[in-house]
Ligand binder design. Structure first.
Ligand code: NAP
Length: 264
């Protein structure tokens, strides 16, 4: 069982949504949290809530699209907060664009935030974790990488890349005391599914199948006590991924039929 008290947990994308809820949950459990995002005011509000439980917590305003700045950011965090015990790579952006309208710049932008920045941060913190023989890297993926990438192919590809990178670490780090995890949320209520520049309009979401950020935060915390590679945020997400994995051709064919039926 992972013991949160006194652990230094860094959460990227902590200014809203899943990251904010996760930071608060870790702080509530007694962890010292380091919050990373661009929006200073929002980050400050989340930090104030976290400090009610964990006064040593701190915020680090940074644009993770600046990949060259990531080693210095990691250095700044471990100098101010202490050695990082847990890194939760949660910051992410959508890319709602069909292949017919996607540009290469769109694809590169989403890869930069959703794939290269977590990889860069992981590379920056891993040597210290390996030296100490202890640590956790939790990478937040998406059901987009597990079911139908309709209208979000470049986004889903960025998450699939992140999952394969993490899968490789999971195996490579076996026995080292350092653990790699993937947590897979399905549709979650947050700013993610709001209109955004460079994106097609968000899909209408069904409240009955939309998780709360707190549900995903609980799954992220729980993943640290679980030796398994992947944690789905809800049972429903796990069942959908299992259905696709059991027979990808049949699963995708039935989705195509449903979609072409809707177009008629
Ligand atoms: N919501 C969903 O339906 C859903 C489903 C599956 C997976 N996910 C994944 O869950 C994660 C969190 O998303 P969310 O739903 O909580 O959305 P959100 O509320 O929009 O949060 C995204 C977070 O990422 C940060 N971020 C974005 N670009 C950044 C950059 N260049 N530098 C630093 N921070 C950056 C944002 O902070 P600033 O804007 O302040 O920088 C914000 O804190 C993402 O990785 C997303 O792909 C979400």
């Amino acid at each position: 069982m992972w013991e949160p008290r006194g652990q230094r947990v860094v959460i990227t994308g902590a200014s809203s949504g899943i990251g904010a809820a996760t930071a608060l949950e870790f702080a509530r459990l007694g962890a010292i949290v380091g919050l990373v995002a661009r929006r200073e005011a929002e980050l400050g509000e989340v930090l104030a809530a976290c400090r009610q439980h964990s006064p040593e917590s701190a915020k680090f305003v940074a644009d993770l699209a600046d990949l060259d700045g990531i080693p210095a950011l990691a250095e700044r965090i471990s100098t101010e907060l202490g050695p990082i015990d847990v890194l939760v790579n949660n910051a992410g952006v959508p890319k709602r664009r069909t292949a017919a309208t996607l540009t290469l710049a769109d694809a590169a932008e989403v890869m930069r935030i959703n794939y290269f920045s977590p990889v860069a941060l992981t590379i920056a913190v891993l040597p210290s974790m390996r030296e100490r023989g202890a640590g956790h890297v939790v990478n937040i993926s998406s059901m987009g990488a597990h079911m139908v990438a309709f209208g979000v192919g470049a986004y889903s590809a960025s998450k699939a890349a992140l999952e394969m990178f993490t899968e490789s670490m999971y195996v490579e780090l076996a026995g080292s005391g350092v653990h790699a995890h993937v947590v897979v949320p399905g549709t979650t209520s947050s700013e993610f599914s709001t209109p955004k520049d460079g994106n097609d309009p968000p899909f209408p979401s069904d409240p009955a199948t939309t998780a709360s950020p707190e549900t995903v935060a609980a799954a992220i915390v729980a993943s640290l006590s679980d030796e398994r590679f992947v944690t789905y945020a809800t049972e429903r997400d796990a069942a959908t991924a299992a259905a696709k994995n059991a027979d990808p051709n049949a699963f995708l064919d039935s989705m195509r039929q449903r979609l072409s039926g809707m177009r008629r």
